[in-house]
Design a protein around this ligand. Structure first.
Ligand code: SF4
Ligand code: SF4
Length: 413
């Protein structure tokens, strides 16, 4: 943390660039200015507290900052362990893997306000936040019933990386992804998959993150070698696999452990291969060209909608694939909302933490105001964490662009 703070205070660019969209940089410069004014230098605890201000949104310019933060978080977990709340929030995959009767019970309890409050208190989370109930049938169970987990011969075929939030909390989004792909004439395989690793990385659980990334690298690259296109509908999984995993990677110029690369224990060649081969689903569908026109619905939901491009989508530089597709739906009115530095503030699931809840709302405040002043009939965003944050703070319906492209629009969500 000292190394990161020293680099950034030397540089000073983010004092102004990141003063509204990140909580970490204003605090760094506050500590720095205090010392310059003759006050005490930053103490160890103050430096350690800094890492909890980072949501890994990816908006800051330098990969070294993220590498140092990840390293610091994992070092802290090595020394102090992981809190039960952090363990739960970073491991939706294990929660989603509970036996069906337990999932149904959890869903029954969490659908009730009192139940959600009680569970949040018990787990040490922010009780004002409604905890999302797990889906009674997760996406993987549905996919198995549909035979999507078996390989089939096809001219154009994809292996679909779903992401835990869609798989266990919002399976309707993943089902919409399958519907859109099939309507475009693409055969879908849902392979065995692990959590992408981002939630574990954010919480500093390096051991679990490495296990999961290693398993995904093997499965996905083997399928890619066998002729499958790799697609992913979650912007955070996409950002992690396409950007974070290869940041600062060094190949062919000496060992990669000399680079400022947090993921050195994972083969750099494989990480680069995965980053280049996996596509964001919106980008993939847009590039399909003609079949897309055949697959589009006749109409979208009525009224005027806004589209928010989440941070992790912007950082992949996909060039606004979803608005481009949505604009092709006859008569559908949708306009972008938010600037290139607006963030909903949820930070994956960090907004559920008691200590981060108020900061999360502060981070998103500017964007919420923009949405309120647009006063749309609904919000479209491809990030399901943004969806949870918007639901908590705003009264508009929120849909994933794939739900609209699949023609499942206007449903209560
Ligand atoms: S993140 Fe990079 S650009 Fe921003 S202050 Fe730090 S070193 Fe400078
Ligand atoms: S990744 Fe986002 S939250 Fe973390 S330091 Fe950079 S801008 Fe701030």
């Amino acid at each position: 943390m000292r190394r990161m703070v020293a680099g950034c205070t030397d540089c000073d660019i983010c004092r102004y660039l990141m003063d509204e969209c990140c909580l970490l940089f204003p605090r760094i410069f506050e500590l720095y200015d205090r010392e310059l004014a003759g006050g005490p230098p930053a103490e160890d605890e103050e430096l350690l507290d800094l890492m909890d201000l980072c949501t890994l949104c990816g908006l800051c310019p330098c990969p070294d900052v993220r590498a140092n933060l990840l390293r610091a978080k994992s070092e802290r977990v090595r020394r102090r362990g992981l809190s039960p709340a952090a363990r739960l929030l970073s491991d939706l995959q294990s929660v989603g893997g509970l036996p069906a009767f337990l999932r149904r019970t959890a869903s029954f309890v969490l659908k009730r306000r009192a139940g959600s409050r009680g569970a949040a208190r018990l787990l040490g989370l922010q009780p004002d936040r409604r905890l999302p109930p797990p889906a009674e049938e997760d996406f993987f169970t549905w996919a198995r019933r549909r035979g999507l987990c078996e390989e089939r011969p096809a001219e154009r075929k994809v292996a679909y990386f779903v992401g835990c939030t869609a798989a266990y909390l919002f399976p309707e989004v993943a089902r919409a992804a399958v519907s859109v792909l099939e309507r475009c004439g693409v055969s879908v395989l849902v392979p065995d998959q692990q959590c992408c690793g981002m939630p574990s990385a954010v919480e500093g659980d390096e051991r679990r993150m490495v296990e999961r990334v290693r398993a995904n690298l093997e499965t996905l690259l083997a399928l890619s070698d066998a002729g499958y296109d790799l697609v992913c509908s979650c912007p955070t999984c996409g950002y992690f696999m396409r950007v974070i995993l290869k940041e600062n990677v060094r190949v062919g110029q000496g060992p990669s452990w000399l680079a400022d690369d947090f993921f050195v224990s994972l083969d750099p060649h494989r990480r680069i291969q995965l980053a280049h081969r996996i596509h964001d689903l919106g980008e993939y569908v847009r590039k399909l060209g003609l079949p897309v026109e055949r697959g589009l619905p006749d109409r979208g939901p009525s009224g005027r909608w806004v589209y928010f491009e989440p941070c992790h989508q912007r950082e992949q530089e996909n060039g606004g694939s979803y608005p481009d597709l949505l604009w092709r739906i006859p008569g559908f009115q949708v306009e972008p909302v938010g600037s290139s530095t607006d963030c909903c503030g949820m930070g994956g699931s960090l907004g559920y933490k008691k200590e981060f809840h108020a900061m999360s709302l502060e981070l998103g405040r500017r964007l919420f105001e923009k949405i309120r002043s647009a006063d749309p009939d609904g919000i479209i965003t491809d990030c399901l964490s943004c969806r949870l944050q918007f639901r908590h703070n705003l009264s508009y319906p929120v849909l994933h662009p794939l739900e609209i492209l699949a023609g499942i629009a206007g449903r209560k969500n």
